[in-house]
Write a protein that binds this ligand. Structure first.
Ligand code: ADP
Ligand code: MG
Length: 696
């Protein structure tokens, strides 16, 4: 069962086996991510063009696309080639004209021979009340009638790949679809009223109504569901793999935890309490933990994770926190060190900076078990980093891991419980799509007593005022961020713009207090710049969007974002989260370029209204609408071909439940439905998952 089923071979064969597809086309098709015959089938039309069949254009009163049979009466050549060339035709009731510009006479005479009948399809327009069709889309002989369909699919195209090639190739493939048994639960299929996979593909490509490309079309929904279902299946397979691998019951005494809790200057929020409980329960179970801790910036995830780490230590093991950057690792270390020292826990920090003897000493302590908890960067996962007994690993996720990487992480100890922390507040449906293999704990509340951040929208024409105010605040000891926008058309322009702004600000605010940081810099250079800002030496940090999202600089209380209208709301929310971390009133200035559209203004205003990241991301998704590539990319979701954002929202929960349900009753996919589900996984190229179950 470890190889692709025969029926699917031709869908994964070479593109050049398809008729009409040559090397040039193959190169062009790459732009549409079409690399094998299967991809043609999954490249669905984005809209449907309706060609209304009529007996006579007299039935038509407003301009629209029609298909009509005519008798060709006469050709009227224009005065010059650029002027109109008219062909008089007659349908069953009236005469009208077909008009061409810049056309060759000989060509038109063969296309529309006088005295013969033709089927014509194109946009009927009225010129001084006289109907005419300019440049018809199709002219066919009567016996070729079927070549003009009423509901024509409109495909995403690219240069060198036209509608004809697309539709022609798809039609060919549709004639030869593999016969695959149903993988969707029959009950569900009936309730939803969805067609079979084969029928769904046929209808999606040869629509039967003008709504054929809408989000509510049953064929489209079914195909989207297939995609989400297969994704959830592979997430669940990975999850089962982790769960089935033997874990260890970590039974903590609770003594040290209590001491830590008593030493904290605050009480946990309810959500923090619940998250701690989830984590401790997981640790106690003899299965492996695979949990996501989701909470907005500043919601207090770190301390929650720390309690879990202490529990692992109480139970006799070790813990680790992996941060995405050195600065963040050091920040975690500095915050947790006093808490650890108070209760006699040995905390260690390992980053790329540790070399030679110092590094060796740290590694030896870790191996000997003298170190209880280690905090570090990716450096932690190097092969010479050996734990005595790692029980619990926490990953502070700023960058994103795929399922398979998550599996890798668990390998450092034979029975490591895994907790991933994310600050991306995405709605539940999207969280399921992204982390369906994990159990999820959410911290929604913010710790009490936070001062709300003053958020203001300011026209960029007032930038000079902004700079003067900034100068005054900096003179009083405030620190600030200045974020320059991403210029999508050109990376070079992007950095130039940031550099120019940096130079201007430096000239106005003075040497030595302003620094520039951007993604092109070497990470050591970046780290040094960030260090100077964290330590308070630098007052203003000019940055491209790459500001270390997790850095905590409580004395930084001003955030300026240029061209805020170009950012996603969720991204602006993350940026704003850099300030408001101390007890001083913070300000976020969103500079916008005029004119700002009404919807643009509405969008930005949401940030003024709320600091709830979940709410903001929901509004953001809704305003963006479906099929939005940036939104999807930012949410960290895998790229789906057929499921757009709306469908993901509507279908993910069901896909998730169905996947877990199927695997619960048929963990190795051996029942008839399970076998069919394997075919789906092959179709969707989730081969890795199949290998996971096959190897067992
Ligand atoms: P996150 O990692 O979720 O962004 P942190 O763990 O860095 O948030 O917490 C932000 C700050 O809030 C820290 O200084 C932390 O000590 C503090 N904090 C955490 N929980 C609470 C609480 N329940 N009450 C008050 N302050 C808290
Ligand atoms: Mg954090």
């Amino acid at each position: 069962m470890g190889t692709r089923p025969r029926e699917l071979f031709h869908l994964f064969g070479d593109l050049k086996n398809l008729s009409g597809v040559g090397p040039k086309t193959i190169a062009n098709l790459k732009n549409l991510s079409i690399e094998k015959p299967r991809d043609f089938l999954f490249n669905l039309p984005f809209s449907v063009l309706e060609r209304l069949p009529v007996k006579s254009v007299r039935e038509v009163s407003s301009s629209q696309i029609v298909t009509v049979e005519v008798l060709v009466k006469a050709h009227k050549v224009g005065r010059s080639r650029a002027s109109a060339y008219r062909v008089n035709v007659q349908d069953s009731e009236v005469s009208f004209q077909i008009v061409f510009f810049n056309a060759r006479k000989e060509y038109l005479e063969t296309l529309l021979p006088v005295g013969e009948r033709r089927i014509i399809s194109g946009k009927l327009e009225f010129f001084d009340d006289i109907p005419q069709i300019v440049h018809p889309h199709h002219v066919k002989k009567i016996d070729d009638k079927k070549a003009i369909v009423r509901f024509e699919p409109v495909y995403p195209l690219t240069s060198g790949v036209g509608q004809k090639l697309m539709f022609g190739t798809v039609t060919g493939l549709l004639k030869n679809l593999p016969k695959l048994d149903e993988w969707i639960d029959h009950e569900l299929l009936k309730i939803k009223g969805w067609p079979s996979w084969q029928d769904a593909l046929r209808t999606a490509h040869c629509p039967v109504s003008a709504d054929g490309a809408s989000n509510t079309d049953p064929a489209r929904l079914r195909l989207a569901f297939d995609e989400l279902f297969s994704h959830q299946l592979s997430l669940s397979i990975a999850r089962n793999k982790i769960k089935r691998s033997k874990g260890r019951a970590n039974i903590p005494s609770g003594n040290i935890q209590n001491k830590v809790l008593n030493n904290l200057p605050f009480k946990f929020t309810e959500d923090q309490e619940l998250s701690v409980k989830d984590i401790l329960d997981d640790l106690k179970k003899p299965e492996r933990m695979n949990r996501l801790l989701q909470g907005d910036v500043g919601s207090g995830k770190t301390i929650v994770a720390f309690i879990g780490l202490i529990a692992a230590v109480e139970a006799g093991g070790q813990g680790a926190i992996m941060a995405p950057t050195e600065i963040l690792a050091r920040q975690h270390y500095e915050t947790l060190l006093p808490l650890a020292e108070q209760v006699g826990i040995n905390l260690s920090l390992l980053t790329g900076r540790d070399r030679g003897l110092a590094r060796n000493n740290k590694l030896n302590d870790l191996k000997a078990g003298k170190t209880n908890i280690i905090i570090g960067t990716h450096a932690l996962f190097q092969t010479d980093v050996i734990f005595k007994d790692l029980r619990f690993a926490v990953v502070d996720e700023q960058h994103r891991f795929g399922v398979n990487q998550r599996l890798e992480l668990g390998k450092k100890g034979s029975v490591v419980d895994l907790l991933i922390m994310t600050a991306t507040p995405i709605p539940r449906s999207l969280a399921l799509a992204q982390y369906g293999d994990m159990d999820i704990s959410i911290i929604k509340q913010k710790p009490p007593g936070r001062k709300p951040i003053n958020t203001a929208l300011v026209s960029s024409s007032r930038i000079d005022e902004v700079i003067v105010k900034l100068k005054n605040s900096i003179a009083k000891g405030t620190q600030a961020y200045w974020v320059c926008p991403l210029i999508e058309e050109s990376e070079v322009l992007h950095y130039t713009a940031a550099e120019r702004r940096f130079e201007q600000l430096r000239a106005k605010l003075g040497e030595g207090v302003v620094e520039l940081v951007h993604g092109k810099m070497a990470s050591e250079v970046k780290d040094k710049i960030m260090d100077r800002f964290v330590s308070g030496k630098t007052k203003l940090l000019v940055a491209t969007t790459v500001i270390e999202v997790g850095v905590n600089v409580p004395s930084a209380t001003i955030m300026v974002v240029e061209n805020a209208e170009k950012f996603g709301l969720a991204q602006l929310h993350q940026l704003r989260g850099r300030v408001g971390r101390g007890n001083i009133q913070s300000t976020c200035l969103l500079l916008y370029q005029e004119p700002l559209s009404i919807s643009g203004k509405k969008r930005l205003s949401i940030l003024r209204e709320t600091e709830d990241g979940f709410k903001i991301s929901e509004v953001d998704l809704n305003l963006r609408g479906s099929g939005d590539a940036i939104g999807t990319a930012q949410s960290g979701l895998p790229r789906f071909r057929m499921a757009n954002i709306d469908m993901i929202e509507v279908l993910t929960k069901t896909a998730h439940q169905q996947a877990r349900y199927l695997l619960a009753k048929d963990p190795n996919l051996e029942t008839p439905q399970g076998q069919s589900a394997r075919n789906l996984l092959w179709l969707m190229e989730q081969d890795k998952s199949i290998r996971l179950i096959t190897v067992g």
